[in-house]
Design a protein around this ligand. Structure first.
Ligand code: SF4
Ligand code: SF4
Length: 194
Protein backbone atom coordinates (compact mmCIF):
# COMPACT_ATOMS: atom_id res chain seq x y z
CA UNK A 1 0.00 0.00 0.00
CA UNK A 2 1.44 3.40 -0.90
CA UNK A 3 1.64 5.96 1.86
CA UNK A 4 1.86 9.15 -0.28
CA UNK A 5 -1.75 10.23 -0.73
CA UNK A 6 -0.77 13.28 -2.76
CA UNK A 7 0.19 11.29 -5.82
CA UNK A 8 -1.96 11.74 -8.92
CA UNK A 9 -5.28 9.94 -8.47
CA UNK A 10 -4.95 7.82 -11.59
CA UNK A 11 -1.59 6.51 -10.38
CA UNK A 12 -3.10 5.32 -7.12
CA UNK A 13 -4.54 1.89 -6.69
CA UNK A 14 -8.25 1.73 -5.99
CA UNK A 15 -7.41 0.57 -2.46
CA UNK A 16 -5.34 3.74 -1.93
CA UNK A 17 -8.15 5.88 -3.27
CA UNK A 18 -10.65 4.23 -0.92
CA UNK A 19 -8.29 4.65 2.03
CA UNK A 20 -7.86 8.32 1.24
CA UNK A 21 -11.59 8.97 0.85
CA UNK A 22 -12.99 6.82 3.64
CA UNK A 23 -10.18 5.83 5.99
CA UNK A 24 -11.00 2.15 5.35
CA UNK A 25 -7.79 0.15 4.99
CA UNK A 26 -8.69 -2.97 3.02
CA UNK A 27 -5.31 -4.54 3.89
CA UNK A 28 -6.72 -5.14 7.40
CA UNK A 29 -9.40 -7.50 6.07
CA UNK A 30 -8.38 -11.11 6.74
CA UNK A 31 -11.21 -12.65 4.73
CA UNK A 32 -13.13 -14.21 7.59
CA UNK A 33 -16.35 -13.84 5.57
CA UNK A 34 -18.54 -12.63 8.45
CA UNK A 35 -19.65 -9.61 6.41
CA UNK A 36 -20.84 -11.77 3.51
CA UNK A 37 -22.54 -14.25 5.85
CA UNK A 38 -24.66 -11.45 7.34
CA UNK A 39 -25.35 -9.39 4.22
CA UNK A 40 -29.06 -9.64 3.30
CA UNK A 41 -28.29 -9.09 -0.37
CA UNK A 42 -25.23 -11.31 -0.74
CA UNK A 43 -27.20 -13.93 -2.70
CA UNK A 44 -28.08 -11.38 -5.36
CA UNK A 45 -24.63 -9.84 -5.60
CA UNK A 46 -22.03 -10.76 -8.20
CA UNK A 47 -19.37 -10.38 -5.48
CA UNK A 48 -20.40 -10.52 -1.81
CA UNK A 49 -18.75 -7.85 0.38
CA UNK A 50 -15.78 -9.99 1.47
CA UNK A 51 -14.97 -10.61 -2.21
CA UNK A 52 -15.16 -6.89 -2.93
CA UNK A 53 -12.59 -6.45 -0.14
CA UNK A 54 -10.43 -9.10 -1.78
CA UNK A 55 -10.68 -7.43 -5.19
CA UNK A 56 -9.53 -4.18 -3.59
CA UNK A 57 -6.63 -5.95 -1.90
CA UNK A 58 -5.60 -7.03 -5.40
CA UNK A 59 -6.19 -3.63 -6.98
CA UNK A 60 -2.53 -3.31 -8.03
CA UNK A 61 -3.83 -5.35 -10.97
CA UNK A 62 -6.14 -3.32 -13.25
CA UNK A 63 -8.38 -6.29 -14.03
CA UNK A 64 -9.41 -6.61 -10.36
CA UNK A 65 -10.00 -2.86 -10.09
CA UNK A 66 -12.20 -3.17 -13.15
CA UNK A 67 -14.21 -6.02 -11.62
CA UNK A 68 -14.84 -4.02 -8.43
CA UNK A 69 -15.87 -0.83 -10.24
CA UNK A 70 -18.08 -2.63 -12.73
CA UNK A 71 -19.72 -4.85 -10.10
CA UNK A 72 -23.46 -4.89 -9.54
CA UNK A 73 -22.77 -5.33 -5.82
CA UNK A 74 -21.81 -1.72 -5.17
CA UNK A 75 -25.22 -0.60 -6.43
CA UNK A 76 -27.20 -3.27 -4.59
CA UNK A 77 -25.68 -2.41 -1.20
CA UNK A 78 -28.39 -0.97 1.05
CA UNK A 79 -26.01 0.70 3.52
CA UNK A 80 -27.77 -1.38 6.18
CA UNK A 81 -24.51 -1.56 8.23
CA UNK A 82 -24.85 -5.25 9.14
CA UNK A 83 -21.46 -6.07 7.64
CA UNK A 84 -19.86 -3.20 9.54
CA UNK A 85 -21.42 -4.36 12.81
CA UNK A 86 -20.16 -7.92 12.25
CA UNK A 87 -16.65 -7.15 11.04
CA UNK A 88 -14.06 -8.08 13.70
CA UNK A 89 -11.72 -5.47 12.18
CA UNK A 90 -14.41 -2.75 12.28
CA UNK A 91 -14.04 -2.04 8.57
CA UNK A 92 -16.74 0.37 7.41
CA UNK A 93 -17.83 -1.49 4.27
CA UNK A 94 -20.95 0.66 3.60
CA UNK A 95 -18.75 3.77 3.49
CA UNK A 96 -16.37 1.96 1.17
CA UNK A 97 -19.28 0.95 -1.11
CA UNK A 98 -20.28 4.60 -1.31
CA UNK A 99 -16.76 5.58 -2.40
CA UNK A 100 -16.78 2.78 -5.00
CA UNK A 101 -20.11 4.02 -6.40
CA UNK A 102 -18.65 7.52 -6.77
CA UNK A 103 -15.55 6.14 -8.52
CA UNK A 104 -17.62 3.90 -10.75
CA UNK A 105 -19.69 6.90 -11.82
CA UNK A 106 -16.67 9.18 -12.26
CA UNK A 107 -14.91 6.65 -14.49
CA UNK A 108 -18.15 5.72 -16.30
CA UNK A 109 -17.95 2.08 -15.33
CA UNK A 110 -21.48 1.64 -13.97
CA UNK A 111 -22.75 -1.92 -14.35
CA UNK A 112 -25.55 -1.93 -16.99
CA UNK A 113 -27.82 -3.81 -14.56
CA UNK A 114 -27.54 -0.85 -12.16
CA UNK A 115 -28.93 1.78 -14.53
CA UNK A 116 -32.43 1.64 -13.04
CA UNK A 117 -31.04 2.01 -9.53
CA UNK A 118 -29.07 5.04 -10.67
CA UNK A 119 -32.16 6.50 -12.37
CA UNK A 120 -34.06 6.07 -9.10
CA UNK A 121 -31.27 7.76 -7.07
CA UNK A 122 -31.23 10.72 -9.45
CA UNK A 123 -35.00 11.11 -9.48
CA UNK A 124 -35.01 10.99 -5.66
CA UNK A 125 -32.28 13.63 -5.34
CA UNK A 126 -33.93 15.93 -7.88
CA UNK A 127 -37.17 15.76 -5.93
CA UNK A 128 -35.37 16.77 -2.73
CA UNK A 129 -33.40 19.46 -4.51
CA UNK A 130 -36.39 21.26 -6.03
CA UNK A 131 -39.06 20.84 -3.36
CA UNK A 132 -37.12 20.07 -0.17
CA UNK A 133 -39.25 16.94 0.27
CA UNK A 134 -39.89 13.72 -1.52
CA UNK A 135 -42.60 14.39 -4.13
CA UNK A 136 -43.61 10.84 -5.01
CA UNK A 137 -45.56 11.63 -8.19
CA UNK A 138 -42.72 13.77 -9.55
CA UNK A 139 -40.18 11.11 -8.63
CA UNK A 140 -42.20 8.37 -10.34
CA UNK A 141 -42.53 10.41 -13.56
CA UNK A 142 -38.84 11.37 -13.48
CA UNK A 143 -37.82 7.74 -12.86
CA UNK A 144 -39.99 6.45 -15.69
CA UNK A 145 -38.55 8.96 -18.15
CA UNK A 146 -34.98 8.13 -17.13
CA UNK A 147 -35.48 4.35 -16.99
CA UNK A 148 -38.00 4.13 -19.88
CA UNK A 149 -40.08 1.64 -17.86
CA UNK A 150 -43.25 3.53 -18.74
CA UNK A 151 -45.75 0.77 -17.98
CA UNK A 152 -44.05 -0.93 -15.03
CA UNK A 153 -46.25 -0.88 -11.87
CA UNK A 154 -48.71 1.45 -13.60
CA UNK A 155 -51.70 -0.43 -12.16
CA UNK A 156 -50.50 0.35 -8.63
CA UNK A 157 -51.04 4.08 -9.18
CA UNK A 158 -54.85 4.35 -8.71
CA UNK A 159 -54.76 2.37 -5.45
CA UNK A 160 -51.93 4.51 -4.11
CA UNK A 161 -53.71 7.68 -5.17
CA UNK A 162 -56.97 6.75 -3.39
CA UNK A 163 -55.02 5.82 -0.25
CA UNK A 164 -53.51 9.32 -0.27
CA UNK A 165 -50.00 8.10 -1.05
CA UNK A 166 -49.70 10.03 -4.31
CA UNK A 167 -50.31 13.75 -4.68
CA UNK A 168 -50.49 15.75 -7.89
CA UNK A 169 -48.79 18.79 -6.43
CA UNK A 170 -45.58 18.85 -4.36
CA UNK A 171 -45.29 20.21 -0.86
CA UNK A 172 -42.49 22.71 -0.79
CA UNK A 173 -40.43 23.64 2.22
CA UNK A 174 -39.29 27.15 3.07
CA UNK A 175 -35.63 27.94 2.47
CA UNK A 176 -35.40 26.01 -0.79
CA UNK A 177 -32.86 28.49 -2.14
CA UNK A 178 -30.52 27.48 0.70
CA UNK A 179 -31.03 23.84 -0.24
CA UNK A 180 -30.36 24.67 -3.89
CA UNK A 181 -27.10 26.37 -2.86
CA UNK A 182 -26.09 23.27 -0.89
CA UNK A 183 -26.59 21.09 -3.98
CA UNK A 184 -24.70 23.56 -6.19
CA UNK A 185 -21.81 23.75 -3.77
CA UNK A 186 -21.63 19.96 -3.44
CA UNK A 187 -21.59 19.55 -7.22
CA UNK A 188 -18.82 22.17 -7.54
CA UNK A 189 -16.69 20.33 -4.96
CA UNK A 190 -17.30 17.11 -6.86
CA UNK A 191 -16.23 18.70 -10.18
CA UNK A 192 -12.99 19.98 -8.64
CA UNK A 193 -12.01 16.52 -7.44
CA UNK A 194 -9.34 14.78 -9.54
S1 SF4 B 1 -15.96 -9.25 8.18
FE1 SF4 B 1 -14.29 -7.73 7.99
S2 SF4 B 1 -12.41 -8.93 8.14
FE2 SF4 B 1 -14.07 -10.37 7.76
S3 SF4 B 1 -14.09 -10.64 5.52
FE3 SF4 B 1 -15.54 -9.00 6.00
S4 SF4 B 1 -14.37 -7.09 5.86
FE4 SF4 B 1 -12.90 -8.78 5.98
S1 SF4 C 1 -24.23 -2.49 4.15
FE1 SF4 C 1 -24.33 -3.33 2.07
S2 SF4 C 1 -22.70 -4.87 1.97
FE2 SF4 C 1 -23.08 -4.42 4.14
S3 SF4 C 1 -24.56 -5.95 4.81
FE3 SF4 C 1 -25.73 -4.16 4.19
S4 SF4 C 1 -26.24 -4.51 2.03
FE4 SF4 C 1 -24.58 -5.94 2.57
Amino acid sequence: MRSDHHVQHDQQTLADCVLQKTGVDVARCYQCGKCSAGCPLAVDMDFPPSQIMHLLQLSDFPEFTELALRSHTIWLCLTCQICYARCPMELDIPKLMDALRAESLRLQKVNPKARDILAFHRAFLDSIRYTGRLFEMGQVVDYKIRSRHFLQDLLQAPGMFFKGKLHFLPERIRGRSLLGRMFTRTLKVKEKRP
